[in-house]
Design a protein around this ligand. Structure first.
Ligand SMILES: CC(C)(COP(=O)(O)OP(=O)(O)OC[C@H]1O[C@@H](n2cnc3c(N)ncnc32)[C@H](O)[C@@H]1OP(=O)(O)O)[C@@H](O)C(=O)NCCC(=O)NCCS
Length: 172
């Protein structure tokens, strides 16, 4: 098992299969995970792809472009039969390592406790303020689970829906 190097490529059918796998996950925002988007993010250094023999993808995570140059870390995925063995931690750590100092522009939102645990292990912290330092337009704005008119009073925020940031992102 290894991470695909930044200058390597995957056959188009592998991107398609990955997109199907991600779209099938209820906690992954399905509207954006097309094969073309996943490949584009990887080529731009904004995604990590973990593969096994034969280039079968077993792990993935991306840094999606948000408004004003911010990055939303998300779409973390490990093939189901390999979960619970630390691969989620490995994938999150590698994406954050590759982002380097760009990590201070990044946040994550998740309803998956395993994802929260993996991101904390990679250095992020739970953050209760959804307006600062990352704007509402970047955090709750793009949510496609809660209807627009219910977003302001969303009861999931800071309950099962968790925002994580790097503390370095908070400027004085
Ligand atoms: C989220 C996901 C990538 C985690 O992958 P994984 O390989 O199972 O993760 P790991 O084994 O590395 O575990 C990561 C951490 O989560 C913890 N964890 C696992 N299940 C947990 C749970 N139900 N509650 C709390 N923590 C949990 C693990 O203990 C580990 O923390 P630790 O290293 O401090 O012990 C995987 O479950 C997945 O692909 N889920 C479907 C897609 C998805 O929902 N993605 C999130 C979208 S935001």
């Amino acid at each position: 098992m290894r991470f695909l190097a930044e200058n390597e490529s995957l056959p188009w059918c592998s991107w398609q299969k990955l997109a199907v796998n991600l779209s099938a996950e209820p906690k992954i925002m399905g509207s954006r995970v097309t094969a073309a988007e996943l490949r584009k993010l990887f080529k731009r250094g904004q995604a990590v792809v973990y593969v096994e023999e034969g280039n079968d993808v077993i792990g993935f995570m991306a840094a999606w472009d948000g408004p004003d140059g911010v990055l939303e870390l998300g779409s973390i995925w490990v093939r189901s039969e390999l979960r619970g063995q630390g691969l989620g931690n490995t994938v999150a750590l590698e994406l954050i390592r590759r982002l380097g100092t760009n990590r201070i522009r990044s946040f994550a939102i998740t309803t998956n406790p395993a994802c929260v645990a993996a991101l904390k292990k990679a250095g992020m912290q739970v953050h209760l303020d959804w307006i600062t330092p990352f704007s509402w337009g970047a955090t709750c704005g793009p949510c496609d689970v809660v209807r627009e008119e219910n977003k302001l009073n969303c009861s999931r925020r800071n309950n099962d829906c968790i925002l994580l940031i790097f503390l370095e992102s908070i400027k004085d």
